[in-house]
Ligand binder design. Structure first.
Ligand SMILES: Cc1ncc(COP(=O)(O)O)c(C=O)c1O
Length: 397
C-alpha cells in the first residue's frame, strides 16, 4: 500500500488510543472516499454506521453552510429553532415525547443512565441497578463503559461506577436471575453492533419486555448504531412492536457532525428537573441543521425501506456465495447492518479489501461488518461486492 507522509506525521502526533489503518483521507462524495494520494475507496463502513445518506451529501452541506451563517450556538440557557424542530421530528417519528440533545452516543447513554437512576430514586423507592448485556457496547465514558458488558474494554480502567449487572444476550433466564430488589432498568442493543452484529431473538425480547412489565423496570434501548433506518425501520424496536421507555441515538443523526439524543416517554422524562443534567453545546446549530436535512432525505427517499430491500438482497447474494466460498460460515444482521462470519481470520481480508479500494471492518477476529450508506448507488454496491468476492476467493487455499 502506498504510504503517504501524512501517515508518518499522524503516527508521531496522535495518541495511540486506537489501531489506525495507514490511510489519510482528503475528500468524499456519496459512498466514495479519496485518500491524500487521490486513490478512490468504496466505503462499506460509513464511518461505522454514521454516513447513512453518504459522505458530503449536497443537501446536508448546503444546510450546514446556511446554518453556519445564521446561528451556531447559544448555550443551554436558550433554544434554537432548529433544536425545537429536530426534537419535534424525533418525537413524531418515535412516539417518545421528550428529547435531550448531547454530543455523542456515549453522552446520550450517560444521560439515559442518569435518567433511569433519577427515576429509580424518585419513583421506585431508591432503586438504581441497571442490567445490561454481555458483549454489548454503550460507549467509552466511565458510565457508558460500566454499562458495556465487555471486560476487554473495561479491564484497564477499574474502578468503574457501580450499579450495573450483566446478563447473557438472548437468554431470558439470565436476565431474570440478574434482577434484584434494587433493579430499576434494563439497557440493550437490538443488534449488538460492536459485539459482532448479533441480532436479538424476538422471543427473547418479548420475554424481556414482559419481565420489565412484571417487575416495573424501565426498558432502555440503545439505537446509537441501529437507529435511523439502518436496520430497515427508523428504529430497530419497530421490527418487534415494543416501544421502549427510553431510547438513545447518535451516529447517523448527525452524519459526522457530533450529536447524540436521549428520548423518553413523558412520565419517565419528568424525573429530570432543572439542574439534573445538561450539556452547554449539546448538539448545537450545525448538528441540528445536519440532522434535520438527513431525516428529510431519509423520509423523501424512503431510505429505511431501501435498507430493508437491499439488506435482504445482499443476504441472499452472500448466501449464494457460500457454495463456492465455504469460508463464509454465516450471514447475519438486519437491513444494512450485516456481518459475514468467516472460517478464517477477518483482519487480513479487511486489509486486502482496503488495498483494493474497499473499506469494510473486522468487527471480531473472524467476522466482517458491512454497513454501507443507505443510499449507496447500485453501481458502487456492485463494484464493492466484486472486490469482496475476489478477496474472499483468493483466500481459499
Ligand atoms: C450501540 C452503541 N452505543 C453507543 C456507542 C458510543 O457512541 P459514540 O462513539 O458516539 O460515543 C456506540 C459506538 O459505536 C454504539 O455502537
Amino acid at each position: 500500500m502506498e504510504m503517504s507522509p501524512w501517515v508518518e506525521r499522524a503516527n508521531k502526533v496522535l495518541m495511540k488510543n486506537v489501531g489506525r489503518l495507514p490511510v489519510v483521507f482528503s475528500r468524499s462524495a456519496g459512498a466514495k472516499l479519496y485518500d491524500v494520494n487521490g486513490k478512490e475507496y468504496l466505503d462499506f463502513l460509513s464511518g461505522i454506521a454514521v454516513h447513512a445518506v453518504g459522505h458530503s451529501h449536497p443537501v446536508v452541506v448546503a444546510a450546514l453552510n446556511k446554518q453556519a451563517e445564521k446561528i451556531i450556538h447559544v448555550s443551554n440557557f436558550f433554544c434554537l429553532e432548529e433544536q425545537i424542530l429536530l426534537a419535534e421530528k424525533l418525537a413524531a417519528l418515535s412516539g417518545l415525547e421528550r428529547v435531550f440533545f448531547a454530543n455523542s452516543g456515549a453522552e446520550a447513554n450517560e444521560a439515559a443512565i442518569k435518567l433511569a437512576r433519577k427515576y429509580g430514586k424518585t419513583r421506585m423507592g431508591g432503586k438504581y441497578e441497571i442490567i445490561t448485556a454481555y458483549h454489548s457496547f454503550h460507549g467509552r465514558t466511565m458510565g457508558a463503559l460500566a454499562a458495556t458488558g465487555q471486560p476487554k474494554y473495561q479491564e484497564a480502567f477499574h474502578p468503574l461506577p457501580g450499579g450495573f449487572r450483566y446478563a447473557h444476550f438472548n437468554d431470558l433466564a439470565s436476565w431474570e436471575a440478574a434482577i434484584t430488589p434494587q433493579t430499576c432498568a434494563v439497557l440493550l442493543e437490538l443488534v449488538q453492533g460492536e459485539g459482532g452484529v448479533v441480532p436479538v431473538e424476538p422471543a427473547f425480547f418479548h420475554g424481556l419486555a414482559a419481565l420489565c412489565e412484571r417487575y416495573g423496570l424501565l426498558l432502555m434501548i440503545d439505537e446509537v448504531q441501529t437507529g435511523l433506518g439502518r436496520t430497515g425501520k427508523f428504529f430497530a424496536w419497530e421490527h418487534l412492536g415494543v416501544k421502549p421507555d427510553i431510547m438513545t441515538l447518535a451516529k447517523a443523526l448527525g452524519g459526522g457532525v457530533p450529536i447524540g439524543a436521549l428520548l423518553a416517554k413523558e412520565d419517565v422524562a419528568a424525573a429530570f428537573e432543572p439542574g439534573d443534567h445538561s450539556s452547554p453545546v449539546g448538539g448545537g446549530g450545525l448538528a441540528f441543521a445536519a440532522a434535520l436535512a438527513i431525516l428529510k432525505i431519509m423520509e423523501d427517499e424512503k431510505l429505511p425501506e431501501r435498507a430493508a430491500r437491499l439488506g435482504a438482497e445482499l443476504k441472499a447474494e452472500f448466501r449464494s456465495w457460500q457454495q463456492e466460498l465455504p469460508i463464509i460460515q454465516e450471514v447475519r444482521g438486519w437491513g444494512l447492518l450485516l456481518a459475514l462470519e468467516l472460517a478464517i481470520p477477518a483482519q487480513p481480508v479487511m486489509r486486502a479489501c482496503l488495498e483494493q479500494g474497499l473499506i469494510i471492518n473486522a468487527v471480531s477476529p473472524t467476522a466482517l461488518r458491512l454497513v454501507p450508506p443507505l443510499n449507496i448507488d447500485e453501481d458502487d454496491l456492485t463494484r464493492g461486492l466484486a472486490i469482496l468476492k475476489r478477496v474472499l476467493a483468493a483466500n481459499i487455499k
